[in-house]
Structures are given as structure tokens and as C-alpha cells.
Ligand binder design. Structure first.
Ligand code: XMP
Length: 319
């Protein structure tokens, strides 16, 4: 059995051998995986690494700032921060098809990333925080014919066109192992322990058309939900918890007036690798409390539901 310290040392050596004196560019998504990959590669080759964070504006409250400060201040790793919210929102306007949304985001992400790569003088290698489950799920769904369930935006498509070799030091790892490696590398526990967040961000948690206004509504509701989960001491026992803003309006009553507003779904699952999942069972008074807070505090939402579907047959994200 390998310890994480041995894995770290072996990977550092492997990365040095693979890269030689070449230049590596790494796309940060804001999540744990790409951050751990970047810190590991930085340990191996230092200044030969450039990190690019294409910020699509589909992050949760405060998320982009946390990544930027972690890299620039705590690790002193040079980071190019591209604020591309307008580009992504413009491209998503009018689009309601889940796969088209994913494909657009993936494509725009690559275009912006390539542009930044050119600006820093290009690179010979492209680093990605691909994990073992990402590799499997993008290829096929076990037990049946090869069907793409969802186009994961951090896997595939990139290398051939960009003419760079891939550096994917986490390719054999599951999520819990990536977290252990992150701790081994000295990343803060609060960062390493964060729930997974999908590359396409809030766009796939807003079925139907994505607008700035809907992103803002979702961000507020999601923040309340997660604040309550943390306050209840449940964050670390849940694999992933998030809110989904549905393209459905319902009638409600507030004070002495009628409301006709958006419906929000809450989701929380337990899982070990994201490939199968069970709905999390909250203690009895938790969900009613969160529902009341969200309806009272978030303008635009007048009804809250909870998603009990396991995976399979559901998926974790709604799109
Ligand atoms: P699903 O919804 O397929 O999600 O059950 C399984 C896990 O993968 C995350 N996910 C993604 N992660 N890029 C990512 O980096 C993506 O495009 C993507 N889509 C889903 C999801 O949040 C869950 O943890």
C-alpha cells in the first residue's frame, strides 16, 4: 500500500521526467481537483507552470475569489484570472437544451483558455485534474452500449486540437484520495473538503435558460442552504449539496398578497465516488427551516422542494 507521501514523491518525479524543460499550462476550474493537480505540478516544476483560471461567472458566492487568493497569496503560484462572465452569459442566452449548454460552455472555455495560452507564449503540456471516475463516465455507461450521459467539460476534446501533451497526475485517483493528497500538500482543510462542483457550474443547476438574474437568485438560495448545512454540522457527512432553480413558477401567498414565483429544488446526496448516490436524509426539522428561510429571504422563490432520487436512475446534477 502506498502512503500519500510516497504517491506525492513518485508523482513529482514522474512529472519532472515527462515534462523535462517544457512549459506546462494548467486550467483551474475553481474546484479541488484542478487545484490539487496544479499545486503538485508546481512542486515538481515550479516556474515552468502557468495557471489559467477562466472564470465563467457561473460560480457560487465568493468561490472565484477564494481560488484566486489561495493561489496568489498562499502559494505564490502565478495565476491568470480571466473574467468572462459576459461572454458565457451572452452565449447561453436563449439556450435551453442541457447538452447544448454543456457543449457551448466547454467550447467557450477552450477558446478562452487557448487565447490565454497564446498570450503567455504557448506551452508544450496541458495539465488537467482529471480523476478516475471522470475518465470512466465520459467514455461510457457501464453495462450497456456506449452512450454519453453527459459531456463533462474537463475531459476530452482539448488535446488534439491544442497540440499539447497531457499531464494528468490524478488520473488513477478517486475523490477521497485527491483530498488526502491535497492535505498532504498542505492545502487548507476547508478547501480540500469542499463538495465537488461541476465544470459548467450553475448553468446546469438552472434547467432552461440561464440568465444573470437567475444565477443571482440561485446563488442566494444556495448560500442559505449551505450555511444551514454547515451550522448543523452536516457538511462533511454529505458528498454534495446544492440548490436547483427550476423553470417552473407556482402560486403562493405572502402577507395578504398572491405570489407567482420560481420553484427551487434542494439536493443532497451521499456517495463515495459520484458514480452512484443516495439522497441524504436530513433530520426532521432541517428542511422545513431551510425552506422557510429561502422563501422569506430570497426574492423570486416562493416554493421549495426536496429531491429524493438516487443515482441511478437519477444523476446527481439535474442536467
Ligand atoms: P452526475 O450529474 O453525472 O455527476 O451524476 C457526477 C459528479 O460529477 C460532477 N459533474 C461534473 N464535474 N465537469 C465536472 O468537473 C462536469 O461537466 C460535470 N458534470 C457533473 C457532479 O457535480 C457530480 O459530483
Amino acid at each position: 500500500d502506498w502512503t500519500m507521501a510516497e504517491f506525492r514523491a513518485a508523482k513529482v518525479a514522474e512529472i519532472r521526467t515527462q515534462v523535462g524543460s517544457g512549459r506546462v499550462i494548467c486550467g483551474l476550474s475553481g474546484g479541488v481537483d484542478s487545484a490539487v493537480a496544479a499545486v503538485l505540478i508546481h512542486e515538481a516544476i515550479g516556474e515552468q507552470l502557468t495557471c489559467v483560471f477562466v472564470d465563467h461567472g457561473l460560480m457560487r458566492t465568493g468561490e472565484a475569489e477564494q481560488v484566486v487568493s489561495l493561489f496568489r497569496n498562499s502559494y505564490n503560484i502565478p495565476l491568470v484570472h480571466v473574467n468572462a462572465e459576459d461572454t458565457f452569459l451572452a452565449g447561453l442566452a436563449g439556450e435551453t437544451d442541457p447538452e447544448k449548454k454543456r457543449k457551448f460552455i466547454g467550447g467557450a472555455f477552450i477558446d478562452l483558455f487557448e487565447e490565454e495560452a497564446r498570450k503567455v507564449g504557448g506551452a508544450d503540456f496541458l495539465a488537467q485534474g482529471t480523476l478516475y471516475p471522470d475518465v470512466i463516465e465520459s467514455v461510457s455507461f457501464t453495462g450497456g452500449p456506449s452512450v454519453t450521459i453527459k459531456s463533462h467539460h474537463n475531459v476530452g476534446g482539448l488535446p488534439e486540437r491544442m497540440n499539447m501533451q497531457l499531464v494528468e497526475p490524478l488520473r488513477e485517483l478517486f475523490k477521497d484520495e485527491v483530498r488526502a493528497l491535497g492535505m498532504e500538500l498542505g492545502l487548507p482543510q476547508a478547501f480540500v473538503g469542499r463538495h465537488p462542483f461541476p465544470g459548467p457550474g450553475l448553468a446546469i443547476r438552472i434547467p432552461g435558460e440561464v440568465t444573470k438574474e437567475r444565477c443571482d437568485i440561485l446563488r442566494k438560495a444556495d448560500a442559505i442552504y449551505l450555511e444551514e448545512i454547515r451550522a448543523a454540522g452536516l457538511y462533511d457527512t454529505i458528498w454534495q449539496a446544492f440548490a436547483v432553480l427550476l423553470p417552473v413558477r407556482s402560486v403562493g401567498v405572502m402577507g395578504d398578497g398572491r405570489t407567482y414565483d420560481n420553484v427551487l429544488a434542494l439536493r443532497a446526496v451521499t456517495s463515495t465516488d459520484g458514480m452512484t448516490a443516495e439522497a441524504f436524509q436530513f433530520p426532521g426539522d432541517f428542511l422545513p427551516r431551510v425552506a422557510t428561510r429561502i422563501v422569506n429571504e430570497v426574492k423570486g422563490i416562493n416554493r421549495v422542494t426536496y429531491d429524493y432520487t438516487s443515482k441511478p436512475p437519477g444523476t446527481i446534477e439535474w442536467e
